[in-house]
Design a binder for this molecule. Structure first.
Ligand code: SAH
Ligand code: MG
Length: 211
């Protein structure tokens, strides 16, 4: 990956270790080269993972759509483990990561490749029709938002395309269940097979159409 982009990715706020970011980047390169469609991420936050995927999209001549309402997940709110007071809008007291995302993508020079979609993931998914070469699920990790993302977005992954899921913890002592349950469902559905993994990142390949 380009040195400058790697620097920007490492410096951005977020919850993605460098080795997992590079694994995501590699999945993005494979997907972008497949010509099956654009890449799409659910859960932008401040754009850290979007730089890893955006760099891949640029190399492969495609784009990355990244969806977020920018108000934070339950686990990002005040009082929770992953809260960062810097991303709170002082005028309203609510989280707003959109300015941080814009700065990250501007610094990376990826404004022509990374398309931010601001809104509720299920609302965007309902109106979506373009087959995806790669879907990365890293939005809300609660039961409801995680399953809404799985059900709303995985049908759009093209056969031969990739499904990446972050924060997959087989051992409950390491973290929450829903991302792991999504991963298990994808395998059990018969629609996906394992392609790669690094840390809590899982990458699956779609081998049959369906949900
Ligand atoms: N992928 C990012 C981290 C994402 S954190 C990285 O690695 O850098 C999870 C994000 O999901 C938060 O920014 C939160 O606002 C967003 N999110 C949670 N539920 C959502 C929903 N229903 N619709 C849109 N965005 C959502
Ligand atoms: Mg994550």
């Amino acid at each position: 990956m380009d040195e400058h982009l790697l620097e920007v990715a490492k410096a951005a706020k977020g919850f993605m270790p460098d080795d997992e970011g590079m694994a995501l980047h590699r999945a993005g390169l494979t997907a972008a080269a497949s010509g099956l469609g654009p890449l799409l991420e659910v859960g932008t936050y401040c754009g850290k993972s979007a730089v890893y995927l955006g760099a891949a999209a640029r190399e492969g001549g495609t784009v990355l759509f990244t969806v977020d309402h920018h108000r934070g997940s339950e686990e990002n709110q005040s009082g929770w483990e992953h809260h960062d007071t810097e991303v709170v809008d002082p005028a309203t007291g609510r989280m707003d990561t959109l300015p941080f995302f814009r700065r990250t993508i501007e610094s990376a020079g990826l404004e022509d490749v990374v398309v931010g979609v601001v809104g509720q993931s299920p609302a965007v998914a309902r109106a979506w029709a373009t087959p995806l070469a790669l879907l990365f699920i890293d939005g809300g990790h609660g039961e409801e938002p995680a399953w809404a993302d799985y059900n709303g977005w995985t049908p759009h992954v093209a056969v031969g395309g990739l499904l990446a899921i972050h924060d997959v913890f087989p051992d409950p002592a390491d973290g929450g269940r829903p991302p792991y349950e999504l991963y298990c469902r994808a395998l059990e559905s018969g629609g996906f097979e394992d392609a790669d993994q690094c840390g809590s990142l899982r990458v699956l390949r779609r081998v049959a159409p369906g949900s």
